[in-house]
Design a protein around this ligand. Structure first.
Ligand code: TXA
Ligand code: MG
Length: 314
């Protein structure tokens, strides 16, 4: 597959929106960096984003909307969050907000968390695409894991051209560094990642200093957030034959309560992972056994997540 390079005109935008709607991956420019976009309500599209980035872990992704009004169906905006949204959106700011349950976002987008990172970018082309796509668009920076972020369509094509469907070419990004990530909370607003919006501007708006992230929340090690979702039940991995009292979370053609992918498809398994873990919780399961999952491609990220879930709890 070689990605289509789409022109920044009505035809290019329509094609990009059509691809996103069909669950395909489209890189597009925001004012910060190029994002690797997929429909945030389509678990397979979100899984495909992780596969394209070759991320060894599921880090929660930023979900993009065309305007502030579109956000409220998916997340709760009040207090500091509302003030910041009104002051700095559209712009290079991401807010981590309480998610509205049942709004339809894939649990993989948030790595199973109850909060969601949301951004309304300012770049006209990004907003035109988001308006036309008419779905929330999950987009991490459009670089393979461990590489620098892409600020031109050529950067994107060089590293991801054989793994995505299209790139909307809007020329170089203005800001060039990622968005500032903030998490408003009851005791103040935390700065989770410095970025394109200066912290001083945020503090001026709020009239008080930003709080440092909690040590466990520093997004230095991808997927290492302590708040990452873990199921309530005990987890045992690489299980062919579950013990009495264990509920099998299957992979491939096995008899089990819930199957990540009966066909043994890692993209399908990733898309189902967090939803199934939540379902096991809802079923009141106290001991989870997981079928062996191949440790390549998305299997590595699935196994990373399950290994954390299986680790002794503090
Ligand atoms: O400028 C940007 O922010 C670009 C453009 C494309 O919008 N996007 C971007 O995404 O940089 P990404 O995936 O590379 O970085 C997202 C960061 C990750 O460090 C992740 O840990 C954090 O956002 N994040 C996402 N959801 C979170 C949540 N619910 N709680 C805490 N951190 C979250
Ligand atoms: Mg990134």
């Amino acid at each position: 597959m070689t990605a289509e390079r789409l022109a920044p005109d009505a035809r290019g935008i329509a094609r990009a929106a059509q691809l996103l709607h069909a669950g395909r991956l489209v890189a597009f420019p925001t004012e910060t960096v190029y994002g690797l976009g997929g429909n945030a309500c389509d678990g397979r599209a979100v899984a495909a984003i992780f596969a394209a980035k070759a991320r060894p872990a599921f880090n929660p992704l930023i979900v993009h909307f065309p305007d502030v009004d579109a956000v409220s169906a998916y997340a709760v905006l009040k207090g500091d969050a509302l003030r910041l949204a009104q002051a700095f959106w559209p712009g290079p700011m991401t807010l981590v907000l309480p998610m509205r349950a049942g709004a339809g976002l894939s649990p993989l987008v948030t790595a199973g968390l109850s909060t969601v990172a949301i951004r309304v970018p300012d770049a006209a082309l990004a907003r035109a695409l988001l308006t036309e796509a008419d779905c929330p668009v999950a987009a991490p920076s459009a670089n393979p894991s461990g590489r620098v972020s892409a600020t031109t369509a050529d950067h994107v094509l060089e590293h991801l051209g054989d793994r995505i469907d299209a790139v909307l070419d809007g020329g170089p990004c203005d800001v060039g560094v990622e968005s500032t990530i903030l998490q408003p909370g009851p005791d103040g607003t935390r700065l989770l990642r410095p970025g394109g919006l200066p912290a001083e501007a945020v503090e001026d708006c709020l009239g008080r200093p930003l709080l440092a992230p909690e040590v466990s929340e520093r997004p230095t090690a991808p997927g290492a957030l302590a708040s990452h979702y873990a199921p309530k039940g005990r987890v045992r991995l690489n299980v062919e034959h579950p013990r009495d009292g264990e509920t099998l979370l299957g992979f491939g053609p096995v008899a089990c309560a819930l199957n990540l992918s009966p066909a043994g498809d890692l993209v399908e398994a990733a898309a189902n992972l967090f939803g199934h873990l939540h379902r096991l919780d809802a079923m009141g399961v106290t001991a989870i056994a997981v079928s062996p999952i191949p440790d390549h491609g998305l299997g590595r990220a699935i196994n990373d997540r399950l290994a954390r879930a299986a680790a002794p709890r503090g």
